[in-house]
Design a binder for this molecule. Structure first.
Ligand SMILES: C[S@@+](CC[C@H](N)C(=O)[O-])C[C@H]1O[C@@H](n2cnc3c(N)ncnc32)[C@H](O)[C@@H]1O
Length: 251
């Protein structure tokens, strides 16, 4: 039988689930997690994290008083997230919840992997309360200056990337799929590309080296904008995350 896109996602993230929290700095970065709590601070109640991974965002929401639920397609990730929140295996294009169940839905750093982003957004529209909020957060380029080379880095790293996103493409997907963007914020995380590649067992040694070389020897404008630094053999750079808080447009 043919291996589907989602089969490849499941095996990649099952393999990485037990070490995911330590595999890159951004996953548990306190400022990034806190920004999710802050952007939703006018809301309260029941939250759902889509593509929740180990539930790092939901752990912050739980501390802030949210009743936290999560779904992920990887059983390994769900096992990790279940240590902290109510988590279950599900595909975002078919959510196992009744209409208007949640006050807040969040999805961080997963939209680029989805086979059918609009199908997921339709499900968000369905299970979110009409007065609820949806946080779509994502790694994005800082500007047009670093965008083309960043796209090359992520294309080399992630064979399952369906689309390279910018703040503008994410905002447009939301608008086209029935959401109004109410708030936008950015968080910069200092990331270790060396750690990221050391913790990517799904990649060959050759691909890991390609990704490291692409960043270490990036064009000058990219290196300057992203503060690329090679210190004692470790490659560091700034990563830019956007958080968009959207509300469903009444249909
Ligand atoms: C890069 S990880 C991010 C995990 C988490 N959102 C975070 O920010 O820590 C992407 C996650 O998306 C999940 N995923 C990808 N496609 C999915 C789908 N169609 N339905 C549910 N989860 C999915 C993967 O299994 C993986 O856990």
């Amino acid at each position: 039988m043919q291996t589907t896109h989602n089969d490849k996602i499941k095996s990649q993230f099952d393999l990485r689930s037990s070490t995911f929290d330590r595999s890159v700095h951004w996953v548990t970065d306190p400022n990034l997690v806190a920004a999710h709590v802050k952007i939703a601070d006018a809301l309260k109640g029941k939250s759902l994290e889509l593509c929740c991974g180990t539930g790092a965002v939901s752990r912050g929401l739980k501390e802030a008083g949210w009743d936290t639920y999560g779904v992920d397609i990887s059983a390994g990730m769900v096992a990790e997230a279940s240590k902290y929140i109510h988590a279950q295996v599900a595909d975002v294009s078919r959510l196992p919840f009744p209409d208007h169940s949640f006050d807040l839905i969040a999805m961080r750093q997963a939209y680029f992997l989805l086979d059918d982003g609009p199908a997921a957004l339709r499900e968000v529209h369905r299970v979110l309360k009409p007065s609820g909020g949806f946080i779509l957060s994502h790694l994005v380029p800082f500007s047009d200056v670093d965008a083309p080379h960043l796209q090359a880095v992520h294309t080399a790293k992630q064979a399952q990337m369906r689309k390279f996103h910018t703040t503008e493409t994410l905002s447009e997907e939301l608008r086209q799929n029935g959401f109004d963007v109410l708030k936008k914020s950015f968080v910069v995380v200092r990331e270790s590309v060396t750690l990221w590649m050391d913790q990517a067992p799904e990649l060959s040694a050759e691909t890991r080296k390609t990704v490291c070389d692409l960043v270490a020897h990036a064009p000058d404008a990219y290196r300057k904008l992203r503060n690329v630094e090679v210190r004692d053999g470790e490659i560091l750079e700034d990563w830019n995350f956007v958080l968009l808080l959207a509300q469903p447009r009444p249909s």
